[in-house]
Design a protein around this ligand. Structure first.
Ligand SMILES: [Zn+2]
Length: 460
């Protein structure tokens, strides 16, 4: 095997450029273009305002029958989210599988003073291809909110931005994508218990790991409302931050040793996912740009995607470019002429729509694409100045071609021109030294859908 492909590929530059740069209109998938167009700022506004109407969505707030009937508290909020998923499902002949994932957290537990039922609302759009339906792509937001005091369930906690905005993105993706069919599975989630310490997502991710669910990517949206505070000039409405971990939280000591020895600290699966988001934005969402941040989350802060990272899943966080701390985790009030509170009037619904478009296009691209190639290896049996990569065919049978990517070790993203189409093969040799570049392989189908790039492990 080792010598088979050496010298078989000349990799003309013309081929590389043809497959590298910004997408030509002919390469766009009309179904994804259509889905992106269906995202509605007006519907997102209605979703966010409805969530705010539940007054206080603290995980510790009311969930009894009377409060649900009165439309107050987290119980009413989750019943409404379920009914919303059910409505979308009705519009697609029952295509969504809807589940209330319930569990109880009892003290002693951080910020949970009494036994509390936590409920994640989960809607699944099953993949239509039996050979690919086991692959799962998740979009999430958290529907719980809080005000200045974790234990305050009586004053308003509108949480319009944190995180009705992210919940609305998850719901809107469900509404729009359930009108289409994809070979792989997409899961839309509204988590609870985030503000007390990621309880809902931790429970979901642990259960998914135990059930060996093949979650290939998680897009978590938290504080994606933009900012319409009067006088604010610092928000960048054309940018959304995408945070991704470098060294995987779930890496074993041996894996960390290997990452260090091979200089792969900038190439976790979560970071490849973030790069994929950037590429999708270029193709499908004009005038809106993900700014990749090479950090698990905002400095020393956290969110539900970290629960997935902890279990070894690729997961990234979307957050507006610049947060306004007067408008999150604040009991609404006016002090010295400053208005505090996470109110819908500060949310930029056109901005939320762009975030939703980017999420929908990314989910649709991933769920349409072949599975990534498996067992990607960089052959290191002899010292040589080429880089020979081997892999197993993309599982699921959708791939008709593979592409090899490379970049200098100091580049932080795959330059669009450094891509070689190598055909429907499982081995290729790059005429570049493995000492000097980072390489990767991705699978491509007949229509040009691309998998996430996979970096190789060394093979001795
Ligand atoms: Zn949040």
């Amino acid at each position: 095997m080792a010598g088979l492909a050496l010298g078989m590929m000349a990799f003309p530059t013309a081929v590389a450029q043809q497959h590298g740069g910004a997408a030509k209109a002919s390469e766009l998938d009309p179904q994804i273009v259509a889905a992106v167009k269906e995202i509605s700022p007006a519907h997102l506004k209605a979703l966010i305002e409805k969530l705010v109407s539940f007054y206080n969505r603290s995980t510790l707030s009311a969930a009894d029958a009377a409060s649900i009937a009165n439309g107050r508290g987290i119980g009413a909020a989750r019943e409404w989210i379920r009914s919303e998923f059910e409505r979308y499902s009705k519009d697609c002949d029952g295509c969504l599988r809807i589940e209330m994932q319930k569990f109880t957290v009892s003290p002693p537990a951080r910020r949970i003073p009494r036994a509390t039922e936590i409920v994640n609302v989960v809607a699944t759009l099953p993949g239509t291809d039996p050979a690919n339906a086991a692959r799962v792509y998740v979009v999430s937001g958290h529907y719980d909110s809080r005000n200045s005091d974790n234990d305050n369930v009586t004053d308003p906690a509108p949480g319009a931005n944190d995180d009705a905005s992210g919940t609305a993105v998850s719901l809107e993706c469900a509404r729009v994508l359930s009108q289409h069919k994809f070979p792989a599975t997409i899961v839309f989630i509204a988590f609870a218990g985030e503000e007390q310490g990621l309880y809902g997502s931790a429970h979901y991710a642990e259960a998914a790991k135990a059930a060996r669910l093949d979650i290939e990517a998680v897009l978590n949206n938290d504080i994606v409302g933009g900012n319409r505070t009067p006088g604010d000039r610092m928000q960048q409405p054309q940018w959304v931050r995408v945070f991704s971990e470098g060294i995987p939280a779930a890496a074993t000591p041996d894996e960390i040793k290997r990452i260090r020895a091979t200089g792969m600290e900038n190439d976790s699966p979560s970071r490849q996912l973030a790069r994929y988001v950037r590429q999708v934005a270029e193709q499908y969402v004009s005038g809106f740009e993900p700014k990749l941040v090479s950090r698990p989350d905002r400095y020393l802060r956290g969110g539900d995607h970290l629960s997935f990272n902890d279990q070894g899943f690729a997961a990234v966080r979307f957050t507006e470019y610049r947060e306004d701390y007067n408008h999150q985790h604040q009991t609404p009030r006016i002090e010295n002429g400053v208005e505090y509170g996470d109110l819908s009037k500060f949310v930029d619904f056109a901005y939320v729509a762009n975030v939703a478009r980017l999420n929908a296009a990314t989910l649709a691209s991933l769920a349409s694409a072949p599975a990534p190639p498996a067992n990607v290896r960089l052959v290191t049996r002899v010292l040589e100045n080429d880089s020979t990569l081997t892999w197993s065919a993309s599982p699921g049978g959708l791939a008709t071609n593979y592409e090899v990517l490379w970049r200098p070790t100091t580049d932080t993203d795959w330059p669009p021109q450094n891509v070689e189409a190598v055909g429907n093969v499982t081995q290729a040799t790059l005429r570049r030294s493995k000492d000097n570049v980072i390489s990767a392989v991705r699978a491509v189908d007949a229509k040009g859908h691309r998998s996430v790039a996979v970096v190789p492990l060394p093979e001795r």
